[in-house]
Design a protein around this ligand. Structure first.
Ligand code: SF4
Length: 455
């Protein structure tokens, strides 16, 4: 039982690091606390509760998490400080010793965050009436990776217009460079019917677009013996939602049937995000990825055959252990030939405990930077060539909330970002699907300028 009376009239501050999944989960925690009478602390106001949702994708991320925790403790003296997320799962005990930290919750405990928070806070308050006034609790709970079984459901509006629906968590792949399976546990998912219900709820709250998020979404069904394609078909039937996007799909789990279905679906957009990581088969083997470059090229060809206008974003990791200059050139040439739209380039970062550390060949930081720069330039060329194809055309755009007096932005069905000048923007357009005429690039080439056609 949760004693909601202890939360009434309290304030909370949140800080999230990492991926869309983390942002979506933080937002859900925020909503749960709100339902219990906690309001968000205003800018500069001291909060009673601080929640930090951490990431551990690189060593830099770990460092940023520690900085964020220390900053929150400084900015909100006396607040009850809770830390959760991937870094909390991997380093629960270490984090719990940081000055000011009360409660650290790993991946399994996150699903019961409110219960843990309520129990610990009640105890802290009764302690403060006795001896240890002003002391932090420094308590931590986390289980071993293999014992992470719970699924914390989450469907929440991001900062802008779209909703993020968490359809899956964890991963069974154990790629050699990655710690995510250790931090989030094995693959698991809720039922299709519960996700359809959450999509309906998002529509009832005014949602028009939902992004499906997860760690390894294509593995959906590991828990419930359903398939990702079945999920896509079921969500496509939620007519109140006008657009669905899939945040990322492993190429080996992106079935040809799924691609074909998306091309004729009602609401799944011609927009894909696929992690390649390397275009060199030798490097893919070192990474223990489950596909080769030929399979990846086949998926791209198939998407383009069914959806010639599809936007395709590709993750690429540069400077992994074992990536010789020759292997990098293979990746570069492969990507140059590939009909994709945008490259998300990540420099490899060493992670303690990963199998990649056993690969002897190490790429220098200088080479990592040079390789990243070349791929970012290639990406810019590809994105601009893709955008240029739509100059002078008409498109349906979903506009996003903007600050009053500033330009508004939105996305076409195939994820071309558009900009409406400040003079023409209006609150009425927020979260509206509108037909626009597309003009040339905006000042920093991050969007196409547009004008409204049908209002
Ligand atoms: S598929 Fe590989 S890179 Fe992605 S989360 Fe799983 S182990 Fe990490």
């Amino acid at each position: 039982m949760i004693d909601t009376s202890v939360f009434q009239g309290k304030t909370a501050a949140y800080f999230t690091l990492g991926c869309k999944l983390n942002f979506s989960e933080t937002s859900t925690f925020g909503r749960m606390l709100q339902d219990m009478g906690v309001r968000n602390a205003a800018e500069g106001e001291k909060a009673d509760i601080c929640l930090i949702n951490t990431c551990s994708v690189t060593e830099v991320a770990d460092h940023k998490c520690r900085q964020a925790i220390n900053r929150m403790v400084r900015q909100h003296p006396g607040a009850f400080v809770v830390v959760t997320g991937c870094y909390a799962q991997l380093e629960a005990e270490t984090i719990s010793k940081i000055d000011g930290v009360d409660l650290v919750l790993g991946a399994n405990e996150k699903a019961s965050l409110i219960q843990y928070l309520s129990d610990a806070w009640t105890q802290l308050q009764s302690d403060s009436e006795t001896a240890s006034d002003g002391e932090s609790l420094h308590r931590h709970y986390s289980v071993k990776t293999k014992d992470i079984k719970t699924f914390a459901p989450s469907c929440s509006r991001g900062n802008r217009t779209r909703f993020f629906l968490k359809v899956q968590d964890g991963c069974d792949y154990f790629c050699t460079y990655c710690t995510i399976p250790y931090a989030r546990g094995f693959s698991r998912n809720p039922s299709i019917s519960s996700l359809v219900e959450q999509a309906r709820q998002a529509a009832a709250e005014g949602g028009k677009e939902i992004v499906l998020t997860g760690v390894n979404i294509g593995d959906f069904g590991a828990t419930t013996h359903e398939s990702f394609l079945d999920l896509v078909k079921a969500l496509d039937g939620v007519e109140e939602i006008k657009r669905f996007r899939i945040s990322s799909l492993e190429p080996d789990l992106m079935s040809d049937d799924l691609i074909e279905y998306c091309s004729r679906s009602r609401a799944f957009m011609p927009h894909f995000h696929i992690p390649l990581q390397s275009g060199s088969d030798a490097v893919l083997k070192l990474m223990h990825r489950r596909y080769d470059s030929a399979l990846f090229a086949h998926k791209i060809e198939l998407i383009k055959k069914y959806m010639p206008d599809a936007f395709i974003g590709v993750d690429v990791m540069v400077g992994t252990r074992g990536e010789t200059p020759e292997y990098f050139e293979e990746t570069y040439e492969f990507l140059k030939r590939l009909d994709v739209t945008h490259l998300h380039v990540f420099p490899y970062s060493e992670r303690p405990g990963t199998a990649a550390l056993r690969i002897p060949y190490v790429v220098s930081d200088k080479d990592k930077k040079l390789r990243s720069k070349r791929l970012i330039e290639l990406s810019d060329e590809k994105t601009q060539a893709f955008y240029s194809r739509y100059i002078g055309q008409e498109a349906e755009v979903l506009f996003e909330k903007s600050t009053r007096g500033r330009a508004m932005h939105g996305f076409t069905r195939n994820y071309v970002r558009v900009e409406l000048p400040a003079a023409k923007s209006s609150d009425d357009l927020d979260n509206q699907l509108v037909m626009v005429g597309l003009g040339g690039f905006n000042h920093d080439k991050t969007a196409l300028m547009c004008e409204i056609l049908d209002r």
